[in-house]
Design a protein around this ligand. Structure first.
Ligand code: 0T9
Length: 407
């Protein structure tokens, strides 16, 4: 089961040693070529909408329990793409390209069967640590998802054995796992197109465990809990690996309850859904039959070609990383690393120039706020930790290529 090419075993072992003895920002560590992905993290927010029908269905659902379950169904439907698609497409989890400050990704999902156009705008709002902010909007349905993502990584030793190799502690850890705590959250806003007050849903993110490192074929398992709070309901989604609820990998159990005093009256007091997030799940209380069945027809976002929009310039992710990605895809690692160094040097120079001129980089699409009142207010229902989080507020400046841009 050894997936590491013979010529890269040494560098894989030293990479593992550096992650085992290091905690913080893994994105900046140099990894051997076989584990590199040609895709930057700025493209990842697109995973939230590769099943645009489930997203649109949220607006069509009746407010209350039905809508809370529609939000849950859409959320569950995104997890397969977010966390197993690299394994399916590239054979294992791979190390994404570490976005530069100001990197952007714009794209769209076409209208189909009257569900409306869905649009995506992403900006890398911090390089160290990496933070990605995004907006996903279906204007005709009155839906908008905004959020930001960062990660705190640590290493966990799963077992140890005694050995007299150089550093027994570190060596015994090489079969351990990377634990990724996701920082950040998302807010889904549903604005009734017929008028009426907008409704907010706070979405918190699961913890990741990356296993399979020893064999060079990393894969993700989700752990811990995610909450979806809004519309008078709270869904508590517990993630477990093999052998917990169903004896299967990628298991989850979700409990949706009304929030008394927040419009959550009436209907069953509890709805429980159980199953696997990458395949199927069903109701085990408060409903019957299938809850979500994965379908293969995912719809990838159509990026706006950078050549078509002068405004995007050098910072459009696929343009910026073009030659690095080409090198990784075609096995020309000299090209990949030369181009990567060029990009990194340019970035260092930009930061130096800013410092020398006593100015700082200005975000294109977002403004940073120290706290998020929606997170605080909705999070109270589950005594959320931490009690507040920062947020990135969209400046409403859709580039002209988008249909959401006022013309
Ligand atoms: C938000 C997602 C996130 C980003 C990635 C941990 C990870 C960077 C963050 C959390 C998305 O909504 C969902 C999916 C995958 C996550 C990545 C998986 C991963 O391995 C990387 C980290 C930084 C590494 O590259 C670790 C080293 C690598 C050799 C292991 C494959």
């Amino acid at each position: 089961a050894q997936a590491v090419p013979a010529a890269q075993r040494g560098s894989w072992t030293s990479f593992l040693k550096s992650i085992a003895s290091f905690s913080g920002d893994l994105s900046s560590l140099t990894a051997p070529p076989f584990i590199l992905s040609p895709t930057s993290l700025t493209e990842f927010p697109a995973y939230w909408c590769e099943r645009p029908d489930y997203f649109a269905a949220i607006a069509d659902a009746k407010p209350g329990r039905d809508r809370a379950l529609a939000v849950l169904r859409w959320f569950i439907s995104t997890l397969k793409d977010q966390y197993t698609s690299r394994n399916e497409e590239m054979g294992s989890e791979k190390k994404p390209l570490n976005p530069v400050l100001g990197e952007v990704f714009y794209g769209t999902w076409a209208d189909k069967n009257g569900r409306g156009v869905t649009e995506l705008l992403v900006e890398q709002v911090s390089h160290h640590p990496p933070i990605t902010a995004y907006v996903i909007q279906n204007k005709s349905k009155g839906l908008r998802l905004t959020g930001h993502n960062a990660q705190k990584t640590s290493f966990s030793c799963t077992f140890s054995f005694t050995s007299d190799i150089v550093n027994p502690l570190i060596w015994s850890c090489l079969a351990g796992s990377i634990i990724v705590k996701q920082i950040g959250h998302a807010v889904l806003t549903v604005t009734p197109t017929s008028g009426g007050a907008p409704e907010n849903y706070l979405i918190t993110l699961p913890r990741l465990r990356i296993d399979g490192l020893w064999y060079g074929s990393p894969y993700i398992e989700l752990t811990d809990t995610s909450y979806i709070i809004g519309g008078g309901h709270v869904s508590t989604i517990e993630f477990k690996g093999k052998g917990y609820f169903s004896g299967k990998s990628h298991s989850f159990k979700s409990v949706t309850t009304p929030l008394p005093g927040q419009g959550g009256q009436g209907g069953p007091t509890e709805t429980i859904v159980e199953g696997t997030w990458h395949e199927n799940s069903k109701f085990s209380k408060g409903g019957a039959g299938a809850f979500h069945e994965v379908h293969e027809n995912k719809e990838e976002v159509a990026p706006f070609a950078y050549a078509d929009d002068k405004g995007m310039g050098e910072f459009e992710t696929r343009k910026l990383w073009n030659l690095v990605a080409k090198g990784i895809r075609e096995g020309d690692f000299e090209l990949a690393s030369r181009e990567k160094s060029r990009i990194e040097n340019e970035q260092r120079q930009m930061r130096k120039d800013e410092q020398a001129e006593n100015r700082s980089w200005e975000l294109r699409h977002f403004t940073h706020e120290a706290s998020d009142p929606i997170y605080e207010q909705l999070g109270r229902a589950v005594k959320i930790v931490p009690p507040t989080e920062d947020m990135y507020v969209f400046k409403e400046n859709w580039p002209a290529v988008f249909s959401s841009a006022a013309k």
